[in-house]
Design a protein around this ligand. Sequence first.
Ligand SMILES: [Fe+2]
Length: 222
Amino acid sequence: MQQRADIYAVIHKGLRAFMGQTLTRVGRVDWEDAEDRGTTLAQVQELLACCAAHLEHEDGFIHPAMEERRPGSSAQTSGDHRDHLRHIEELGRMAARVGESANGARQQAGDELYRALAGFVAENFEHMEIEERYNNSVLWSAYTDAEIMGIEQRLVASVKPEMMQLLLPWMLPYASPAQRAEMLGGMRQGMPGEAFQGVMNMLRDLLLPREWNKLATTMSLA
Ligand SMILES: [Fe+2]
């Protein structure tokens, strides 16, 4: 069967990586170590900001496209998004509480954050599976690949630069080599050379040497 355009694949891999790594980091952090605490809480807030922006992107572009040609088809994942927004706000408050707790009282607030974040991650993993299975089947039956790529381009163009900077270090390393090269090929066409070089420099630090070597070969041949 021919592979169809998948609007979710790379961003969802990135979000799964970001969520999984942040959850495990919250599990092992020493909350009484000010530096460790500060950087971990900052990562939690960045993750929450990315999750909230991701909901907006899907609500703004993917669900309206589904509704336009298959009315009612986005109901389940739209409803999930409303729940996720409430969770995101609650997690933000819990993270702030860890930061404000007195010495010696942080571990308990941290344990509560860890378990609430685990629940949120679990819910999101199931939700993303519904999007990739059910929402994709709706998109594939209602739109051509060229139309789906058009929706994706409009979505990506709407992403604020500072949000893109947060997302790329999670999307690019955790995509497959082929997805990574395809994404970078598009970015090379659409970005100033200096900005593209900045992305490649960032990526070089995040990839394993053999991943980097493969990418360098693919990109120089492209
Ligand atoms: Fe979603």
